[in-house]
Design a binder for this molecule. Sequence first.
Ligand code: F0G
Length: 396
Amino acid sequence: MKYELEPFDPEKLRHAWHQRRLSGEPIDRSGVWRFRELIPFVEPGARIISLSEGSTPVVGTRRAGWWAGPVHLTIKHQGNNPTGSFKDLGMTACITRADSRHVRRVACASTGNTSSSMAAYAARAGMKALVFVPYRQISAAKLAQALDFGALVVEVGDTFDEAFRLLREIAPELGLYLVNSVNPFRIEGQKTIVAELMEQRAWRPPDYMVVPGGNLGNASAIGKGLRELKELGFIEKVSRILVIQAAGANPFYRTLEADSPTLIPVCTPETEATAIRIGHPANWKKAKRVLEWSRGFCESVTDEEIFEAKRILAEDGVGCEPASAATVAGVRKLVRAGKIERHADVVCVLTGNQLKDTEYIMRHRSTAEESRQRLRVEPTAEALREALQAALAVPA
Ligand code: F0G
């Protein structure tokens, strides 16, 4: 989406954005609408459908930074959003827009997070939400969220790509408004993460911004946000954008490696990081332009590497879902390959909350190696004493 953005005085606007943090108005409390000058597509007076999204924390991670580099690793935790993922930023923009156009039925295909988010914002706007998800391929928590917010959940196909293709085919005849990241208003909302992050860093862009890549909407949105802030004079340098994919679902990585002018799809994508289990990313061309513009690149990591990264983040007290941990795994691989300098200033965007996929945690934390974390003990003091002495004798 292209606008003629007003020529701003960056200094004045930074001040106004900062002041809004102190306001009690819902439109100012939202980490998306606080930056509304960057998303001027809503008519004055329009109803804003917001759940106070955004305003997510940045935290340093000493252990993970050491493990991945050493690099100066900061986490931007989008799992702290109302429905637990970065999708809420785009959703408030998209559903607000749909509401202003009197849309009554919204739909998306999803690996889970988009569906949770859309269901919540649609409920708030009083719209009917239809969620298309691959059968038995999304986490129970994400499915539960969509159900809890009253969405109609349609389980169809084995992959996101199949569900998405079918939804696109039937959406026009059913009058469904599509909310996937091909919807430009989603990208507009999501790009505000960059303004918020830069503000939190006193307008000093990091050397690298790292995101997991699925349908590649987020990489596109972050690239757009960076480009606009640069053109408007808010930042001087541009962070290089890195996209990390799971090895079993890495069509973008393959396409760039082969320098192919057409997408090299992955027909049966496979990864435990189900959020990014996508073989035909819709936004790959946009994301490619973003990488070219920011001098970024794409990397691919195995499920084992993702788990290692998630485990290290947990040692810093930072929880996230597997797809998010792919970013930190990617940084480690790229430092080792000499593509990221040691001690670089790196921000990894953790896209989803730890509790989004507890099945994954329980699977991994119940393996032989980890099982010493769980004891089941006869309810007697004697048995407890014995079990705990044995468990605590093992060095942590
Ligand atoms: N991380 C998480 C936790 C996600 O849920 C997704 C995408 C991504 C990363 C990748 O972002 O698609 O913009 O490249 N989830 C979508 C969904 C596909 O349906 O929830 P992307």
